[in-house]
Write a protein that binds this ligand. Sequence first.
Ligand code: ZN
Length: 49
Amino acid sequence: MKCSICNKKIEKTFLNKIKGAYIIKNSKRHAVCSECQKKYKDNISQKIE
Ligand SMILES: [Zn+2]
């Protein structure tokens, strides 16, 4: 799983959750890493776990 903003690999926690968030954009699901989630949190309005 890669971050759709910076293209870095997103790590997973031991619970198999990604270290980041999923966003819905143009009705597609994208994953973003935790760094980009922080950086762009104002632009990431639609977030799902
Ligand atoms: Zn990123």
